[in-house]
Design a binder for this molecule. Structure first.
Ligand code: KG4
Ligand code: ZN
Length: 363
């Protein structure tokens, strides 16, 4: 679709514990503008349980979503009739929430007689730097959230190759679990980062998972267990013990991340040539120590680093609306029969070079 008129897309995000809706405009030249971006985090509802409870999340999405969509439309100053399409994250994620968001999008698409676009939540993270920085393809994405840890070659809309993934815990999940075992509140990532900044990273000798391997996969559960074992030896850890354990954990995790990214960038170059940038997305990208690691890795690789602003790195509706607008511009729309998916690998629909096929086994 090479039309001159800008497209306007409503995007709905309900795959985890954020209920979000946004309206984004994409001009024919590929530039984007956020007209509204409303995010309601459910963290408070889940804090008493120390993590996201899927059934509570799904019910909260049901209660909140209508009002959040109405607010986004009001802030954008347009009605459903002025939308070009309705997009929703159709997975991967907690299936109850995905059903709520996708069904709502289908109802609006049907009533407003607009095309529906089923967006892969991971692709929405992957395409965000094109909204924020007008980044050209191809680029290398490091996606690190509570549910995902992946290195992806982003080559075009709907054309992604996963270069590496975690074989067990996601990076944010490991931060959250370490926080929980040390008695720090949920979500644990920012708590561990704060404690780590006060602690001595050299006090505990934690393993550096996967270091030196020639694939670009991650593993974090062994490191997590090592932290648990050291904490158990201490009995009742003092605040200083907690700070030192967090510092040791974060240093080990980030050294592993740096090594895995170096390999990922090398695999990228071998297969696809120079990436336009190394891009970070997902909640863990808010970690300042990780940011420093990314800067070093990017500099060593001679690649610019692009990190979208924190509120577009974590889950939000604008990334879904933008991915919808990019798909619409590429002529990709979905039928109202499209199914919600708990699992949906980013590279599920394209052919993958045989040497990366093993990364499909996990996630
Ligand atoms: O992308 P996100 O908001 O939600 C999804 O998981 O989809 O990411 C949340 C994750 C949580 O695991 C949280 O602990 C982690 O990102 N996180 C951090 C930091 N801020 C958030 N991890 C480490 N350091 C941080 N500063
Ligand atoms: Zn996400």
């Amino acid at each position: 679709m090479a039309g001159e008129a800008p497209v306007r897309v409503l995007g709905i995000e309900t795959t985890c514990d954020e209920t979000a809706a946004a309206v984004v405009e994409r001009a024919a030249d590929g530039s984007g503008r956020i007209l509204a971006n409303v995010v309601r985090s459910q963290i408070a509802e889940h804090v008493p349980y120390g993590g996201v409870v899927p059934e509570i999340a799904a019910r909260a999405h049901v209660e909140l979503l209508d009002g959040i969509i109405a607010q986004a439309m009001t802030e954008a100053g347009i009605g459903f009739a002025e939308l070009s399409a309705v997009a929703a994250a159709a997975g991967p994620g907690l299936i109850g929430g995905v059903i709520v968001g996708l069904t709502t999008a289908k109802a609006i698409a049907l009533v407003a007689d607009r095309p529906l676009i089923a967006v892969n939540h991971l692709e929405a993270h992957a395409l965000t730097p094109r909204l924020t920085d007008r980044l050209a393809f191809p680029y290398c994405l490091f996606l690190a959230s509570g549910g995902h840890t992946q290195i992806v070659a982003v080559r075009g809309v709907g054309d992604n190759v996963r270069l590496g993934t975690t074989v067990d815990d996601a990076l944010g999940e490991a931060f959250d679990k370490v926080a929980k075992m040390l008695g720090l509140p949920y979500p644990g990532g920012p708590e561990v980062e704060r404690a780590a900044a006060r602690g001595d990273a050299a006090r505990f000798a934690f393993p550096r998972p996967m270091l030196g391997r020639d694939d670009a996969n991650f593993s974090l559960s062994g490191l997590k267990t090592a932290v648990r074992n050291e904490a158990a030896k201490l009995g009742e850890p003092t605040p200083q013990d907690i700070d030192d354990l967090c510092a040791g954990f974060q240093a080990a995790a980030l050294e592993s991340v740096a090594d895995r990214l170096k390999v990922g960038l090398r695999l990228f170059r071998d297969e696809f040539g120079d990436p336009r940038a190394l891009v970070a997305a997902g909640g863990v990208a808010a970690n300042a120590a990780l940011r420093a690691v990314l800067e070093r890795v990017a500099e060593e690789a001679g690649t610019p680093l692009v990190v979208p602003p924190p509120k577009l790195c974590t889950d939000n509706g604008a990334m879904i609306a933008w991915a919808g607008a990019e798909r619409l511009a590429a002529g990709l729309v979905d039928s109202l029969n499209v199914a919600p998916r708990a699992r949906w690998p980013l590279d599920g629909n394209v052919s993958v070079p045989a040497k990366f096929a093993h990364t499909r086994a996990a996630f």
